[in-house]
Ligand binder design. Structure first.
Ligand code: ATP
Length: 250
């Protein structure tokens, strides 16, 4: 157990250092969905807070989207037991998805609205950075998503400006593979909040889930695929692509 968690701590520490994610005096607002990734993120940050040479403050936020299948209470109890400060904000997202007839593809609207509520609270508590639980597999899937949909060669950056405002968004687990997070999570007794009302639909027909499955399949033929993709994301060769902005043309 200690090994998986220790590995995760090392990868997280490395990413935090590489992308200068945390500065002295930072007020960090952590998005906690109650899923394994953000729960692990909060444990990693708490540990980092005890050991890092820089001083920073941690605040948690959970957006209760109002889905029938989700109950935030177990998360509140877990947070209290672990001494995590957490603010639960009830947002009428489930209702708005139906009202706007977005139930065929609910994710885009759901995450846009959630972002709005999170940013509102970040402003209220004067947070410097919003911390999200995206990991290496999420970055790989996002990269493929941009490529396959023709929306550009990009992914979720490790330290980027959030919605063009002053708040930065950081992703300390960007080097961490999902399976390592899951192994490290085994000894923890994370609470079960349930599932969003669209979980089954997203699992069977959502693009993100489809690409996750594709990457799993490809891993058999390309061992170490996630690591290689991460390596490529850190080694851009614009001169070998077709964007004229980066080419020296006469
Ligand atoms: N309801 C929420 N309230 C607060 N933050 C959230 C919420 N949902 C997602 N987030 C934040 O956004 C990140 C990405 O969300 P997404 O739904 O893509 O995550 P996920 O891969 O299912 O991760 P997790 O296991 O943390 O739920 C989460 O790791 C978390 O930091």
């Amino acid at each position: 157990m200690a090994d998986h968690f220790a590995q995760l701590c090392r990868l997280t520490g490395q990413a935090v250092t590489d992308y200068r994610m945390i500065e002295d005096g930072d007020r960090l607002l952590v998005g906690i969905s109650g899923g394994v990734d953000s729960m692990m993120l909060m444990h990693l940050l708490t540990r980092l807070q005890q050991r890092a040479p820089v001083k920073f403050e941690l605040f948690g936020i959970h957006i209760d989207e109002g889905f029938k299948g989700l109950n935030p209470q177990p998360l509140v109890h877990y947070a209290e037991a672990n001494g995590w400060p957490i603010k639960v904000v009830r947002a009428p997202i489930a209702e708005l998805i139906l009202e706007k007839k977005a139930d065929e593809r609910p994710c885009a609207l759901c995450s846009r609205l959630r972002r709005g509520f999170i940013h509102g609270y970040a402003e209220e508590i004067k947070a410097d950075k919003l911390v999200l639980g995206h990991h290496r597999d999420d970055l790989c899937v996002s990269l493929l998503m941009g490529l396959f949909r023709g929306t550009g060669l990009k992914t979720m950056g490790p330290n980027v400006s959030g919605d063009g405002g002053k708040l930065r968004v950081i992703r300390p687990m960007c080097y961490a593979p999902k399976d390592l997070i899951e192994s490290a999570a085994e000894p923890f007794d994370f609470p079960d909040l349930g599932n969003c009302d669209y979980a089954e639909q997203l699992e069977t027909s959502g693009d993100r889930a489809r690409l996750e499955r594709l990457l799993k399949t490809l891993e058999t033929d390309f061992p170490g695929l996630g690591k290689s993709m991460l390596h490529s994301m850190k080694d851009l060769r614009p001169g070998h692509l077709l964007d004229k902005k980066y080419l020296k043309l006469n």
